[in-house]
Design a protein around this ligand. Structure first.
Ligand SMILES: C[S@@+](CC[C@H](N)C(=O)[O-])C[C@H]1O[C@@H](n2cnc3c(N)ncnc32)[C@H](O)[C@@H]1O
Length: 198
């Protein structure tokens, strides 16, 4: 990220996605669906176009169908993180953009909702990103591959006001190992590119 760029808040920038021309899938959309996107959610009566339990794989969605896929505040609710990411990869076009938002494990919010099944560190997706230390060591977790375009661990409001976010993100491993239970995180925001073989 450029030095002075603001921390992206993808919930606010989704209006920049023109889903009427860019096939977009909003996974676990609830009632906050990206306008014009195809929404998939468990609950009928939300803005979902496809009512489906995302824990049931495969999803009723064609291969290579979407250029943008968003999972905002949903991955932490689902059983099989790697299975869901493989499914995202399957329904994405080559080079598609994937936007993910989940609570950071040091956020109280991560543990408040009893339906949260997983708690994530900022590096949880590195296993699927070639060139990272975790992928080099544990790349056998599957064949799903992404390129990491942007990553931000946002901070809880008090700490965010002190303008520490960019500095701590530059030293993410150190932050998560030694500091994050004092300087509490809020969300993990990821922007990825889908890498498909061939
Ligand atoms: C915290 S809400 C987030 C909604 C929306 N993405 C947003 O940003 O406001 C979580 C959403 O995930 C959906 N969800 C949770 N578990 C699901 C499942 N197993 N299958 C499909 N949708 C699920 C819920 O119905 C809900 O709409």
């Amino acid at each position: 990220m450029a030095g002075s760029a603001p921390v992206p808040v993808y919930r606010e920038v989704v209006h920049e996605i023109d889903a009427s021309v860019t096939p977009t899938l909003d996974v676990g959309c609830g009632n906050m669906k990206i306008p014009g996107a195809v929404g998939i959610d468990l609950v009928a009566g939300t803005q979902a176009d496809i009512v489906h339990d995302l824990n049931r794989l495969p999803w009723p969605v064609a291969d290579d169908a979407f250029e943008v896929i968003r999972l905002w505040s949903v991955l932490e609710h689902l059983d099989d993180t790697l299975g869901v990411l493989a499914e995202v990869h399957r329904v994405a076009r080559p080079d598609a953009t994937v936007i993910i938002g989940v609570p950071h494990f040091s956020s109280a919010n991560a543990f408040t909702d009893p339906t949260h099944r997983h708690h994530f560190s900022g590096r949880f997706l590195d296993y699927l990103v070639p060139g990272t230390e975790l992928s080099d060591r544990f790349g056998f977790y599957g064949t799903t591959r992404f390129e990491l375009l942007e990553r931000r661990v946002t901070l809880s409001p008090f700490w965010a006001r002190l303008k520490l976010t960019r500095f701590l993100n530059r030293h993410l491993e150190l932050y998560e190992t030694y500091l994050c239970y004092l300087v509490r995180g809020a969300d993990i925001q990821l922007k990825l590119r889908v890498v498909k073989a061939g």
